[in-house]
Design a protein around this ligand. Structure first.
Ligand code: FE
Length: 288
């Protein structure tokens, strides 16, 4: 589809996917927005979950000890508190607006447990794949407190952009987020807009990109996208989102595809079956 009248080369929506209610961890109710399959591969992204509830029974079980190998997890809290603890003694207390970027690498065993027995819990967990050469790297953490992330006014004054990873162009006055320097060069923005606002941002050519609307409703390119829907973007130079409701909120995610085979077995994501078998063995024999 071409748009000869468009002022810029807007990335159009290829697919709109509704989040699917599911449970994970110890009975935590969440919305699985995306998960990798051979039919739907948003390389290098592997998964996006949203958890949003006022009911303690939906989240109180948390995510007790479980392993990860071969990729990165990004937890972004909007409301509520979550405590992360791993088998090496690392702790991270995540409050509203905070981000934890965990490179699981060769292996992490951790728990993610709510630090409240009532009130709202709202946030996201994103999984991003690692290239083969980094899958067995030592685990690493980046804990990003909310106040250290830039929040920039949109150019038309209709809202704000929180810059979590990568660099927001901000017209011609780029604003770098705290998370930089990864091989997949992820861009992660949280955009809040009033009605009739416009967000227009160049994206790296060839990078996989999507918009997840989690509140309100928006036009993403020429496509109407409601709350709790993921819009997968096709090729082009820019992402354009026009808000249709007074409180429209969405994540913009983009990253360089890795282009390697993906073999996933639950919390292990490697390139071959043999590497998955090794991961299971290493975990079961306490080698993480
Ligand atoms: Fe985990």
């Amino acid at each position: 589809m071409t748009h000869p009248s468009a002022p810029t080369d807007i990335r159009q929506v290829e697919q709109v996917l509704p989040g699917r209610p599911t449970q994970d961890g110890a009975g935590v109710k969440l919305l699985r927005v995306y998960s990798y399959s051979p039919e739907l591969n948003l390389d290098p992204f592997l998964m996006l979950d949203e958890f949003a509830t006022d009911e303690a029974s939906d989240y109180i079980g948390g995510f007790p000890d479980h392993p990860h190998r071969g990729f990165e997890t990004v937890t972004y809290m909007l409301d509520g508190r979550m405590l992360h603890q791993d088998h090496m003694g690392n702790r991270g207390d995540l409050g509203p607006g905070d981000v934890q970027w965990m490179t699981a690498g060769r292996g992490v065993i951790h728990s993610e447990m709510p630090q409240q027995t009532e009130g709202r819990m709202h946030g996201f967990q994103l999984w991003i794949n690692l290239p083969s050469g980094e899958k067995m790297c030592p685990p690493a953490y980046r804990d990003i407190p909310s106040p250290t992330m830039p929040v920039v006014d949109l150019l038309d004054g209709s809202g704000t952009v929180k810059v979590i990873a990568g660099t927001y162009s901000n017209g011609l006055d780029p604003i770098a987020g705290p998370l930089q320097g990864m091989t997949t060069a992820p861009l992660m923005l949280d955009v809040h807009m009033g009605a009739h606002g416009q967000f227009l941002e160049p994206l790296a050519s060839g990078h996989t990109a999507f918009v997840y609307v989690y509140e309100g409703e928006a036009m993403v390119g020429d496509e109407r996208v409601g709350a709790r829907h993921l819009a997968v973007l096709g090729s082009g130079a820019c992402v354009q989102v026009n808000s249709l409701e007074s409180d429209t909120r969405f994540l913009v995610l983009a990253a360089a595809p890795i282009g390697e085979p993906v073999v996933q077995y639950g919390p292990f994501v490697m390139n071959t079956r043999a590497e998955i078998e090794r991961a299971v063995q290493d975990y079961q024999s306490g080698k993480f």
